[in-house]
Ligand binder design. Structure first.
Ligand SMILES: *Cc1c(COP(=O)(O)O)cnc(C)c1O
Length: 366
């Protein structure tokens, strides 16, 4: 248990570490003979680096990816033996901090490669990844710079331990960019025959050995997200979010609710006010399409999501579930993270990474 006392917290987040580990094992089996790593950036997709990383390390995960060095420090405490890569690269002057914490930068430009090589010439050779851009135009050396680097004596100054690139649209089988990226990456990787290669994110696990290469980097699917949108989700749900009812009220037909009176009662209605809002990371964009499960009944939001509160139309819900203090489900069951994202006009990734600090957090299945 972390965060506020569950007896007084407005909402309780449950993270099923057993399901998380089962998801990692499922992906590891798909990736084999490649190694399966784990992406735990953004506080392990909102689920908590301090709990997620040890659970995965115990299951056999040896390689972790974070976005920022500070996340790497937390991952390092949780997994002293693991290889930890920092995806966002090396900022000027940061090399000593990486070395101190045993973190491996993912070098994404010629300038970063030179800075790491210079540092290693002084301080001793250390591993780092090289990121090649195959279509994202976000991070990584353009392919022609990567080709030039292949024969460069600069590489002798440190220990390139991984060559990686990132998919633009691996979850969309119809997008031809994926095939082009696989081919381009294979061509560049052939110039670095002794360096293990990594390309696949969660959705890349279904794309064959040209994508899984030596090491995979799943994130979203570990936390229950569907890596194959439009097809049944093979992953187990990891996150459940329940908020508590603080008040119940009955309103007449035509009554309005919430800021600016955006919602209007279609008939006599029973409203329940939940102790959760956009300050908890629950998106205000869900005001129109959001819903919660009360018992097994899907109840729509009434009006806009407030900072700390959501009004729910519980008219159709079973009476014994609609009372002060009772929990309702905002994430879980039919409201999986992909569905919650859709209803909020965003993606499940954003739902996860915004999971707020006011929730009482319960970890099960460890
Ligand atoms: C976030 C990220 C991943 C993980 O992607 P998912 O879609 O969450 O599996 C892998 N590689 C890189 C470079 C990333 O930034």
């Amino acid at each position: 248990m972390t965060g506020p006392d569950p007896a007084t917290a407005g909402a309780i987040l449950t993270v099923d570490l057993g399901a998380l580990v089962a998801n990692w094992r499922h992906l590891a089996a798909r990736a084999a003979p490649a190694e399966c790593g784990a992406v735990v950036k953004a506080d392990a997709y909102g689920c908590g680096i301090g709990e997620v990383v040890p659970a995965l390390a115990r299951a056999g995960c040896r390689t972790f990816f974070v976005a920022q060095p500070e996340e790497g420090v937390r991952a390092r405490r949780a997994a002293p033996e693991a290889a930890i890569y920092v995806l966002n690269g090396l900022l000027p002057g940061a090399a000593p901090a990486f070395a101190r914490e045993g973190l491996r930068p993912v070098l994404g430009s010629r300038a970063e490669v030179e800075e790491w090589a210079d540092f290693c010439r002084e301080a001793g050779s250390r591993p780092a990844a090289i990121h090649v851009d195959t279509g994202m135009n976000r991070l990584g050396l353009p392919p022609h710079e990567a080709r030039d680097l292949a024969g460069d004596p600069l590489l002798a100054a440190f220990a390139p331990s991984l060559l990686m690139s990132h998919f633009v649209a691996a979850e969309d089988p119809a997008d031809p960019v994926t095939r082009r990226q696989v081919a381009l990456f294979a061509e560049v990787a052939a110039l670095f025959p002794t360096v293990p290669a990594s390309l696949a994110n969660s959705s890349g696990h279904g794309l064959g050995s040209g994508a899984t290469r030596a090491l995979t980097r799943p994130g979203y699917a570990l936390f229950g997200g569907n890596p194959t949108p439009g097809e049944p989700n093979p992953m187990r749900p990891v996150v459940t979010l329940e908020a508590r009812i603080v008040q119940v009220r009955h309103v007449e037909a035509g009554a309005r609710a919430g800021y600016n009176g955006r919602w209007r009662a279609p008939g006599a209605c029973r409203l329940a006010t939940l102790s959760i809002g956009y300050a908890d990371g629950y998106p205000r964009g869900a005001s129109g399409g959001g819903a919660a499960l009360v018992g097994d009944v899907l109840c729509p939001f009434a009006g806009t999501v407030s900072m700390d509160l959501i009004i729910l139309d519980t008219t159709e819900a079973p009476d014994d579930h609609v009372r002060r203090g009772a929990p309702v489900t905002l994430i879980g069951g039919a409201l999986d993270i992909d569905e919650v994202g859709r209803r909020a006009g965003t993606i499940g990734y954003e739902i996860l990474t915004r999971l707020g600090p006011r929730y009482a957090r319960r970890y099960i299945g460890a």
